[in-house]
Design a protein around this ligand. Structure first.
Ligand SMILES: Cc1cc2nc3c(=O)[nH]c(=O)nc-3n(C[C@H](O)[C@H](O)[C@H](O)COP(=O)(O)OP(=O)(O)OC[C@H]3O[C@@H](n4cnc5c(N)ncnc54)[C@H](O)[C@@H]3O)c2cc1C
Length: 471
């Protein structure tokens, strides 16, 4: 009577409710991962790279006993249950709309056939359906959501488990999943990241030791290691948010003066919860503006050239280009800079937010359907509890505020490395002799700004006024 644990974004042994339940049952277990080719929002390029290395690490942690497959997950599971004579099936729930539909229907079919199916919360502090307002409705605004979430009891973190694993000799080798790029563009990812549960634990401990004590002050500075960089580990479930939460609470008990810093960090984790909440209750979030008047927004008709400049980090605005190049090289971009590049795309360039969302989806190692679509809608002003539309970030002022000596820009835009700090965020204002000294030829070694900041800001505000009037 074997059991089967279907791994999804939960590639870890510690605090893994589905794996824990299977191990506790005492049955021998097939631990299975399926690279799904039938779901919408197929894994993007940078995430595939991460997934390959995460699966490699998890296989190793299971003593080589992870069974891999490719195809339509529901079909693969139905076939495995039949062929291997599985009587008990366990998984941790995921919250993408198509996955919810698939899992609900699969659960019903298999239960009808007499298979015991159990699913668990493995990836959130609280599940989307458990956080409700006083009228029993889902939340649309972050602050009351966060307040309500904190009143709910949180389970403890489960111990590490190692079930008795079975091997299916028809399972595929990892390379058959074809996750690594054929043309080698991934060396930057390998330099900056290590996937897997052990690496996630190390990152959490390094964060607690070095960054947590000043998190609230340093989290907006892209030049320093001021945040946890746990996002890809959390997305792939190499560490659970519950474990992160308890581990940090433990630290705060030892050093109560970290309390405020930890609270700020917890509220960021809560944005992750809020995004999952929004996606679960509004499945159209990745495609359609939550504020319906934005469906008629007058986007630019011919935006291909500016989109390419933005994607390649060639806009002529140093902090924007630095961010887009950091993303291309490392698969990550600092949160403050994500907000700036998104505002530039959507507001100054008037390019639909879905274009930016798609680019991030393909290039981020932490690409996450809920966080990505909720954040794009937030910046675009059309989401739940969104940034007001008239808040259009000025990349020069933001650069001067959050990267005052230009360290971040110099790191990612080396052609500006020698430029005097006074002009690092606005090279077009530098006198000719200063540019010459820094070896910069505007329009040749570094692009001139591709748009006029003031004129495009006015144009965006006028476009917004138009839809407000119509709505
Ligand atoms: C346009 C845009 C797109 C984004 N796309 C994604 C995405 O695809 N995947 C993703 O994980 N995050 C996304 N974010 C949110 C945020 O930028 C990243 O979560 C954060 O930069 C990750 O770095 P960190 O782990 O060091 O964060 P920390 O500051 O250390 O925060 C801890 C954790 O909290 C969560 N978190 C933090 N900020 C947010 C936020 N604003 N929204 C949701 N969760 C948050 C993340 O899981 C993060 O790992 C996006 C933000 C913007 C503005």
């Amino acid at each position: 009577m074997p059991a089967l644990v279907w791994m999804r974004n939960d590639l870890r042994l510690t605090d893994n409710p589905a794996l824990y339940a299977a191990a506790k049952s005492g049955m021998p277990v097939y631990v299975v991962y399926i690279h799904d080719t039938a779901q919408p929002w197929a894994v993007g390029g940078a995430s595939k790279w991460w997934l390959h290395h995460s699966l490699h690490a998890f296989t190793h942690a299971l003593g080589g006993n992870l069974n891999l497959y490719i195809g339509d997950s529901a079909e693969v599971i139905r076939n495995l249950v039949k062929r291997l004579g599985v009587t008990h099936l366990y998984w941790n729930r995921t919250y993408e709309p198509a996955a919810i539909q698939r899992d609900t229907s699969l659960k019903a079919t298999l239960r009808q056939q007499g298979v015991q199916v159990e699913s668990f919360n493995g990836s959130l502090l609280q599940e989307p359906c458990d956080v409700r307002n006083k009228s029993g409705e889902p939340f649309k605004v972050f602050t009351p959501f966060w307040r309500a979430l904190q009143t709910l009891p949180m389970r403890t973190s489960l111990p590490t488990c190692q079930p008795t694993c079975l091997r299916d000799n028809k399972a595929l080798p990892l390379d058959a999943l074809d996750l690594l790029p054929r043309i080698k563009w991934d060396s930057g990812l390998a330099q900056h990241w290590q996937a897997g549960e052990a690496a996630a634990d190390d990152r959490l401990e390094a964060f607690i030791a070095n960054t947590l004590p000043r998190y609230a002050d340093s989290r907006d500075l892209p030049a320093v290691q001021g945040t946890s960089r746990l996002s890809p580990h959390l997305h792939f479930g190499e560490i659970s948010p519950i474990r992160v939460w308890h581990r940090i609470k433990q630290e705060v008990e030892k050093s109560p003066n970290f309390g405020q810093q930890a609270d700020k960090f917890f509220s960021e984790l809560a944005w992750r919860e809020f995004s999952a909440h929004l996606l679960t209750h509004t499945p159209s979030l990745p495609d359609t503006p939550l504020r319906t008047e934005f469906a008629a927004f007058p986007w630019q008709a011919d935006y291909a050239e500016n989109l390419t400049r933005w994607q390649r980090g060639q806009t002529g605005f140093p902090i924007i280009d630095a961010g887009m190049r950091e993303l291309w090289h490392t698969g990550y971009m600092h949160n403050r800079v994500r907000m700036l590049v998104a505002s530039m795309l959507v507001k100054n360039m008037l390019i639909p937010w879905q274009e930016g969302e798609k680019w991030f989806w393909d290039t981020l190692v932490d690409a996450d359907l809920a966080n990505n679509s909720a954040s794009w809608q937030w910046v675009a002003g059309c989401g739940a509890d969104a940034a007001p539309y008239f808040r259009i970030f000025n990349p020069v002022l933001q650069g001067q505020k959050f990267d005052p000596d230009g360290t971040y820009v110099r790191r990612w835009v080396p052609e500006l490395a020698k430029l005097d700090t006074r002009y690092i965020h606005a090279p077009w204002e530098a006198p000719k002799d200063i540019l010459l000294q820094a070896g910069i030829m505007p329009g040749t070694t570094y692009p001139r700004p591709c748009i006029d900041l003031k004129a495009t800001r006015d144009r965006a505000l006028a476009a917004f006024a138009k839809i407000r009037k119509a709505g």
